[in-house]
Ligand binder design. Structure first.
Ligand SMILES: *[C@@H]1O[C@H](CO)[C@@H](O)[C@H](O)[C@H]1NC(C)=O
Length: 245
């Protein structure tokens, strides 16, 4: 997710530099991951109306949050191990180099708007968890709300019935059941170390295949009529993630 975002940022930054300050009718430009056409259209309308790249990114990513694009953006998707949906989002303003983000935000569905509030109203970059929720609600976003859906609860129930497989644990016991989990062996210096065979097992299970179905989520980049760049992303994260991820 973040690599994609940095790539888009560099790509668009260099195209702006190459073009100088003047707008020769090339802008606005809106780019998004995946065919999230409605999100791109929403961002385009804002940018084409003369509003800032930041406004356009917020509108575009918000549209995906409302539409629950692919089930990977906004509420109602990607339950964690407890069955709860949480939200991550980030926005960068290329004109000012400001960044705002929220991570593992509970009970508030408006990820990208919360990220913008962090950027615009704090000296921080990232707020996390329940404190991010409290901030977002205090700043006027709706909540607290239940971010689960019938679909996410159903997915989660089936996963529980399947012994909580697959999951994101490694080097723990039990290997093929639900938690609570414990370290398979003590890894601290005073407690002795894992046998080499265990560590090799970690390496193998950690190298996952990267392809069309191994990633998702909206990332969006906009150049507004002024030639300013903004980028953003919003997601409900990995399905069956360990809470807090
Ligand atoms: C949240 O919504 C889901 C899906 O509608 C429901 O199953 C669950 O019980 C709700 N949780 C709470 C705490 O209301």
């Amino acid at each position: 997710m973040s690599i994609k975002l940095v790539f888009l940022f560099i790509l668009l930054s260099s195209s702006v530099l190459g073009n100088g300050d003047g707008n020769s009718g090339k802008y606005p430009i809106v780019v998004s991951t995946w065919p999230f056409v409605d999100a791109v259209r929403a961002a385009w309308r804002v940018a084409d109306g003369g509003f800032s790249a930041v406004d356009a990114v917020v509108e575009g990513c918000s549209t995906c949050e409302e539409l629950r694009c692919d089930g990977t953006v906004g509420p109602g998707g990607s339950p964690d191990e407890n069955g709860e949906t949480t939200i991550d989002a980030l926005i960068m303003n290329g004109a000012t180099m400001e960044v705002g983000a929220v991570a593992a935000m509970r009970f508030v569905k408006d990820g990208i708007r919360a990220a913008r509030l962090v950027m615009q109203h704090t000296e921080h970059t990232l707020l996390a968890g329940e404190k991010a929720s409290a901030f977002a609600i205090a700043m006027g976003l709706p909540g607290p709300a239940n971010l689960s859906s019938a679909e996410s609860m159903d997915k989660w129930t089936k996963w529980r019935e399947n012994g909580c497989q697959p999951n994101f644990w490694k080097n723990v016991v039990p290997v093929d059941g639900c938690g609570p989990y414990q370290p398979k062996c003590n890894m601290g210096p005073s407690e002795g170390e894992c046998p080499a065979s265990n560590l090799m097992g970690v390496t193998e299970s950690g190298s996952s295949y990267v392809g069309l179905h191994s990633h998702d989520t909206i990332s969006m980049a906009v150049i507004d009529k002024m030639g300013h760049v903004a980028v953003g992303t919003s997601t409900n994260g990995a399905t069956f993630k360990i809470p807090g991820r």
